[in-house]
Design a protein around this ligand. Structure first.
Ligand SMILES: [Cu+2]
Length: 150
């Protein structure tokens, strides 16, 4: 249930306090996903494959869900997860979505979750790759990932 908040300046002090309390109680919980420390690995090929990493922090009060990815710098961007199998080999697989808990964060880092950029490059140290994250229940987030050569 949503209720419109009235302009507190038009009301008395007591009414303003009551109004803001009412608005806070009835506000629809929303995810608010912020991105920190985004970077992508350099790639020499013009039609190469590379990975991007970042911290996804949800400062909102509802769970966030990453459901789509796109970039003008790549033909396709996929969400991947790396796991180690019984023989110690690293394998990665595409996953459909990634949940970011309310008030929590998920790290995309080498050896774990990452974004896979297919049909990307060349990307050199110091370049910037722009990636758009599509999230359920909130506006898309634009990410500027710094390209690093390591
Ligand atoms: Cu991958």
């Amino acid at each position: 249930m949503r209720r419109r908040c009235r302009e507190p300046a038009l009301l008395g002090m007591m009414a303003a306090v009551l109004t803001s309390a009412t608005c806070a109680d009835n506000r629809t919980p929303r995810p608010d996903v912020r991105v920190e420390g985004a970077w992508a690995r350099a790639v020499a090929d013009s039609d190469g494959t590379t990975a991007a990493y970042m911290l996804l922090r949800n400062v909102g009060d509802a769970p966030g869900r990453l459901v789509g990815l796109r970039s003008e710098a790549a033909r396709e961007v996929q969400l991947h997860r790396t796991t180690i199998d019984e023989s110690g080999l690293a394998r990665m697989a595409e996953i459909d979505a990634l949940d970011i808990p309310a008030g929590g964060s998920v790290e995309l880092a080498p050896g774990g979750y990452h974004l896979m950029l297919l049909g990307a490059g060349p990307l050199a140290d110091g370049d910037t790759v722009r990636i758009t994250l599509d999230l359920e229940g909130s506006a898309p987030v634009e990410v500027a990932a710094e390209v690093r050569a390591f």
